[in-house]
Design a protein around this ligand. Sequence first.
Ligand code: ADP
Ligand code: MG
Length: 744
Amino acid sequence: MVNAVEKTNEDVPGRGILVFFQINFIVHSLSKGFGKKGQDMSEYFNVADIFGENVFNDSVMQARLPKKVYKKMREIIENGAELDLATADVVAHEMKEWAIEKGATHFTHWFQPLTGVTAEKHDSFITAPMATGKVLMSFSGKELIKGEPDASSFPSGGLRATFEARGYTAWDCTSPAFVRQDAAGATLCIPTAFCSYTGEALDQKTPLLRSMEAISEQSLRLLHLFGNTTSKKVTPSVGPEQEYFIVDRKKYLQRKDLIFTGRTLFGAMPPKGQEMDDHYFGAIRERIAAYMKDVNKELWKLGVSAKTQHNEVAPAQHEIAPIYAECNIAVDNNHLIMETLKKVAGRHGLQCLLHEKPFAGVNGSGKHNNWSLTTDDGINLLDPGVTPHENIQFLLVLTCILKAVDTHASLLRASAADVGNDHRLGANEAPPAILSVFLGEQLGDVIAQLISTGMATHSLKGGMLETGVKTLPDFRKDATDRNRTSPFAFTGNKFEFRMAGSQDSVAQSNVVLNTIVAEAFSEACDILEKAEDFNAAVHDLIKQYAVEHQRIVFNGNGYSDEWVQEAAERGLPNIKSMVDAIPAYTAEDSIKAFEKFNVFTKTELESRVEIEYETYAKTINIETKAMIDIAGKQIIPSVIKFTTALANSINSVKAACDADVSVQVDLLKEVSSLLAETKAALKKLGEVDAVGSAMEEGRSRAVFYRDEVKAAMDALRSPVDKLEMMVDKDMWPMPSYGDLIFEV
Ligand code: ADP
Ligand code: MG
């Protein structure tokens, strides 16, 4: 058996340079005259024609709303002005008319409770039949701005015990409504926040919007200090890159582990894994290409700017990335991307796996969160310019971010904690569970100058890239190479947070990022606003932050054992599991930062911590039950059939002649002994799970599942994977890893 070398996309140099732009391809193909006479053009389309056609976006509002109402809406979206019922009524009416033209029969408040997925309750537009026997289609401002789903069945982490079960959804008019067309017909989806009766956030969106207000306010304070009086708002720009696996749906349906848990709980490695790197950026297979084309089309109609796509490192693994957008829209769009990836796969006889680690021993999936800060007049606060050493405002922003990440490293780590992500972070693949910041040569050098002399006098420049081939152009290189092993890397004019898991919402990561950077900005402004000599004070502060937080900067190989050692010496936290990451949410300095900017109250944080522990234990409990089911009902019976056939064959051979049957006998003995090991491990797993299930919800139960139950799961998997390599393939009850990842 050959074990595939675990390798992640981060390992591969130059990733991102050769991106496959399908938009260009399609537009290009069209202009090159696809669809000559008689050819069916229905499968080709012009992106510009369909882009955003199902979105109630700015141009639709401008075209359909009375001028005054449109102006009012812009005022509300841009500057947070109060929404009155009269305005809401007009918007609701136009939104309904528009949606009905798109075939919509229902509307739904679309929200993100703490279940990890989006939720919706559909209401049709019809009102009571009239005396004429006909129905009216109506949608009021009240229905647009407020919904009342029963909150009692959504996770609230104890908030429910103290407060009423009633929950409200509130229209987030900053994220445009859209019409979704699927088997259920067409539905008008209205992005909403979800709160309890007393206003506690029960979702991902509410704290995200609160954190966006905080970062905007503190960034403006900082900009004002540097003489900027024109910018009115600062928004985090976010571009999440989504990784996923695609497998054949028929094979998927034969794997109960994938169905119930999203990952394989058993499975021996195929002879070939990802060691040849031949899948990464490889030509996309026809079946997958057709699927991607459909995914893009659906997303473009929803106004999601799906931009790049390529094969990832692992066989059957792919990536899709949109063009970055305002933080909360980017998070909503990422949910749409995940939903669309899953939905469209079904139409192609495929199944999309979003789990962080569907296959042990094969690269897992993450979601890189690209993050920067942009003013309403288009200035990127993270743009260093050509000579960063002279860009004092940038250096202050940068050193504040270093301070924020260093001070709240554990919290940022916790924001990426998710049960599936435990298989990636700090386990056996990148990025490590240690937070550090990659600055690259140019900025690293500027910071080093600041630390050693207190002055940065020059910036390194990128040289020319010379290929040595006359017909290829020579061009100027970036001043800094990439580093794929860093969990928080500066990439030119943004930071890329690479810890988030593929199926998790990136809302939490952005809530934390926005809040901790707002805190650092605010502390810097508190000092600088009082300074008599601003220039001297800002200079001193940049140096102070660079010196105090230099330990978080690491430009080397984040995968190496030396780094783990060095990070420990630097005092950087290395938090390997979700269970150990969770407490960071309620650490004193986290509560202080969140409460200061009204992002979370202490009570909300405590409730989230409870939900995370519950989620952890429940997820592993489901995995355990799935393992017990599969081992007991499928694997053991199959192995018994195999041993019976083998024993019968030994007897037949013996009866026919006196040939040597020692090979068969040895195999029978070996298989029987593994079968006995399997049976014992299955019994043990049942016992520990029973103990875990009986425990009260909370931290100790989660710790028990991590330490005791997971070990028992591993003990069951081990003999089963060995058996898979010995038992007749025709008798094995489910498709193998090889069948799943190489035969799509
Ligand atoms: P990579 O080479 O890192 O794989 P991709 O092109 O796959 O790059 O993804 C980069 C993501 O970063 C895209 O979503 C892109 O829109 C986003 N992005 C680019 N510039 C910024 C920025 N200034 N702020 C936030 N996100 C950005
Ligand atoms: Mg990418």
